[in-house]
Design a binder for this molecule. Structure first.
Ligand SMILES: *[C@@H]1O[C@H](CO)[C@@H](O)[C@H](O)[C@H]1NC(C)=O
Ligand SMILES: *[C@@H]1O[C@H](CO)[C@@H](O)[C@H](O)[C@H]1NC(C)=O
Ligand SMILES: *[C@@H]1O[C@H](CO)[C@@H](O)[C@H](O)[C@H]1NC(C)=O
Length: 400
């Protein structure tokens, strides 16, 4: 099974419980932003997401994770989707997606397909940042999670920096204080942390994200005492000391592909895989919320929507900022230079044609291309969905 794309920490999402009933307002974004210029946007996205999920169900958690990573590094501006510039060698010259903390992000082809479908109907109108936002919303809905409508109107950024990803993404070894500081830096709070961690209900992790907890926790405890011993034993079978780097394990071991509250229930019985998840229950500051969500799915869903909207507001570009990218993996080509002051022959009026919509194919990524997942070029909308992958394996060992 090849799920190399899913990765370490799906830090996705979460609001203060006490104020979760209060709608989050955004000055700039609105639910009906595209109602004039792309009235069928949501239906186009739903149809394309259906194709995407049929093609590979893992695209759903992968897209949710891409959204979170986009939001947490300089805001929801589509920067996580940008490729490194061709020839970039030094880390500092590379893009977010190539950072070591890349956690082998996955789902880029799916997002490019979604964007292509939207471009066919509404060329140059809908940003990649909004395509990703809607895709994350629908991933949640299609996995059985809450149904809501995102706020829209974001524009796409033009820069993506490796070093920003390294500096700004949280990691699974952080303490609660560190996680809180990380969330606070983008205007989210401890409740958002607990709520958005619940996205791990459909997340996956590579073995390295928790192997220290099962093999080499401390000089006195080889196994993390806050992990259930039976679980640790089972995890050792999935993840030997030298695991295949592509092996992944579901973070919610009870209902892998369903978006529900069982992630919190797992924490109550010491069955959180990531240290940064389990500490939400071992910390007095956050355990009451874990208890509440484990017992009340509606409370979790309501809070989740509030926190997702909040996360979607982080660092957005609006108005005339940024641009509407044609393809999500690269910024638009610069416009042709203006005609010179005294041109010998006046430049032909008709000359500056808009760049072809069909747009240049994204340059090959520096990193090994993802496995052949039925090809990126968007099929005409009417056509049948691409065939499912040869072997649509169920997600990793559910038998845990
Ligand atoms: C895609 O749409 C078809 C037809 O409505 C439906 O039967 C199928 O379950 C959908 N697939 C997914 C993954 O949502
Ligand atoms: C992720 O980053 C690590 C460290 O830089 C690198 O070795 C690995 O190949 C990268 N993975 C992918 C899928 O790009
Ligand atoms: C366990 O951790 C110690 C200290 O970090 C390290 O020296 C040792 O190599 C580790 N052992 C294994 C099996 O990873």
């Amino acid at each position: 099974m090849d799920r190399r794309g899913i990765s370490n920490v799906l830090y996705v999402f979460a609001i203060v419980w006490a104020v979760s009933a209060r709608p989050i307002q955004s000055t700039w974004l609105s639910e009906d932003f595209y109602s004039d210029d792309c009235p069928d946007l949501m239906q186009i996205m739903r149809d394309a997401m259906n194709v995407t999920a049929e093609n590979d169900p893992v695209n759903l958690p992968a897209i949710l994770r891409l959204f979170a990573h986009d939001a947490m590094v300089n805001g929801v501006d589509g920067s996580v989707l940008l490729d490194s510039k061709p020839g970039a060698k030094l880390p500092a010259d590379k893009a977010e997606k190539d950072a070591p903390i890349n956690l082998s992000l996955f789902g880029f082809e799916a997002v490019e397909f979604l964007k292509g479908e939207v471009e066919m109907a509404c060329p140059g109108v809908v940003s990649c940042a909004d395509v990703l936002t809607i895709a994350a919303q629908l991933s949640i809905e299609m996995s059985g999670g809450p149904v809501y409508q995102s706020l829209l109107g974001r524009r796409d950024g033009k820069v993506s920096r490796y070093n920003d990803a390294v500096a700004q993404l949280p990691t699974e070894t952080m303490s609660l204080d560190q996680l809180n500081a990380n969330f606070a830096s983008i205007g989210l709070d401890q409740t958002d942390l607990v709520v958005l961690s619940g996205a791990h209900t459909i997340g996956f992790a590579h073995c390295e994200a928790f192997s220290k907890r099962i093999y080499n926790f401390s000089s006195t405890d080889p196994i993390d005492p806050t992990m259930d011993w039976t679980l640790a034993d089972q995890l050792k079978h999935v993840c030997p000391l030298k695991p295949d780097p592509n092996t992944v394990q579901a973070l919610d071991i009870t209902t892998i592909e369903t978006f529900d509250e069982s992630f919190y229930f797992n924490l109550q019985i010491n069955e959180g895989l990531l240290a940064s998840d389990q500490l939400l229950y071992t910390s007095d500051a956050t355990s009451p919320l874990v208890d509440q969500f484990a017992a009340d799915k509606t409370a979790f869903f309501d809070s989740f929507v509030t926190s997702m909207i909040k996360l979607g507001n982080v660092g957005v570009l609006t108005g005339t900022q940024g641009e509407i990218r044609e393809v999500c993996s690269m910024v638009n080509p610069s416009p042709p230079p203006p005609p010179r002051a005294s041109p010998p022959p006046p430049p032909p009026r008709a000359s500056p044609p808009p760049p072809p919509r069909a747009s240049p194919p994204p340059p090959p990524r520096a990193s090994p291309p993802p496995p052949p997942r039925a090809s990126p070029p968007p099929p005409p909308r009417a056509s049948p969905p691409p065939p499912p992958r040869a072997s649509p394996p169920p997600p990793p060992p559910s038998a845990l």
